[in-house]
Design a protein around this ligand. Structure first.
Ligand code: 13P
Length: 283
């Protein structure tokens, strides 16, 4: 296994026109499924954990150790990334734990405060070769339907200034996606995305990958998206696999078989994602 800075994976994807799947994981079953499918599909991959997921795992070191132990004999190229880091301390914790990338999410702060906090994280992370993602604009939530009328879409000119002043390695933007399950088809603002890519010239990150139709994913990638986050779809597949198993084996008390059934269904979802994002075969 090669554990690499996320920047290495994204710069290559940006140049070659595919997106690296950034898959949320907080326990052994997800990490094992992701690494097994990454090796099988010869796909680079980002294993990411949101702050709550790190708390569930009792700290970032558990995640790093699981990835290293499960991946040590696998032919895979992996970055371990903090998703939606809430503050400087969370980024520092992950860097000390061995993460190769961190996100600092100051998207809810005023522009200048987001810049100044991001700069501090960039200075710390870059000093030790760790990549940094930041966010500008705010994603909608799926509770309000597909219109994302509560989203604040990213301003391309501000994005240029943000990237230039902070030196981030990639930028998460709001162009119409949202976290969670959509009630209908999401509307993505591709003109805005095109302008952002032209002005910033860094790999762009799309959050809320669950439920975005294939053709939108492909178009977004052609316009500079190089990292796509997927979480809900993975959890849904895992749960459905376990539910199906319990329906056909209601007496089963072997948790390893129940979790194993969840993992098989999760692995199929990960395969689909890697093929859709064009990362399969790009090891
Ligand atoms: P989904 O749960 O909608 O796939 O979004 C994941 C995400 O963007 C994590 O940051």
């Amino acid at each position: 296994m090669q554990l690499v800075p996320m920047k290495d994976l994204l710069d290559e994807a940006y140049k070659k026109g595919y997106a690296v799947p950034a898959l949320n994981a907080s326990h052994l079953e997800f990490i094992k499924a992701i690494l097994e499918v990454a090796e099988e599909q010869r796909s680079p991959v980002i294993i990411q954990t949101a702050y709550e997921e790190i708390q569930y795992a009792d700290g970032g070191k558990t995640i790093v150790d699981l990835v290293k132990n499960i991946g040590y004999d696998k032919d895979v190229r992996v970055a371990i990334h903090l998703d939606h880091g809430p503050n400087f301390e969370a980024a520092a914790h992950c860097i000390r734990s061995g993460y190769t990338s961190v996100m600092y999410d100051g998207s809810f702060l005023p522009f200048e405060e987001n810049i100044s906090n991001t700069c501090k994280v960039v200075e710390m992370a870059h000093a030790v070769g760790v990549s940094v993602e930041a966010e500008l604009g705010q994603l909608g939530t799926t509770e309000f339907g597909t219109e994302n009328n509560n989203a604040h879409l990213t301003d391309p000119v501000k994005a240029k200034e943000f990237v230039e002043r902070t030196g981030v390695d990639c930028l998460a933007v709001a162009i119409g996606t949202a976290h969670g399950l959509y009630k209908g088809e999401p509307h993505l603002d591709f003109d805005r995305l095109k302008k952002i890519t032209e002005l910033t010239r860094v790999p762009i990150v799309l959050h809320g990958g669950t439920g975005v139709p294939d053709r939108h994913i492909k178009k977004a990638i052609s316009l500079g998206v190089s990292k796509i986050n997927v979480s809900t779809a993975l959890r849904k597949a895992f749960i459905e696999g376990m539910q199906k198993h319990m329906e056909s084996h209601p007496e089963d008390l072997m948790t390893m078989y129940i979790l194993g059934a969840g993992m098989e269904s999760l692995k199929e979802e990960i395969r689909n994602v890697m093929k859709m994002f064009g990362s399969a075969g790009k090891l």
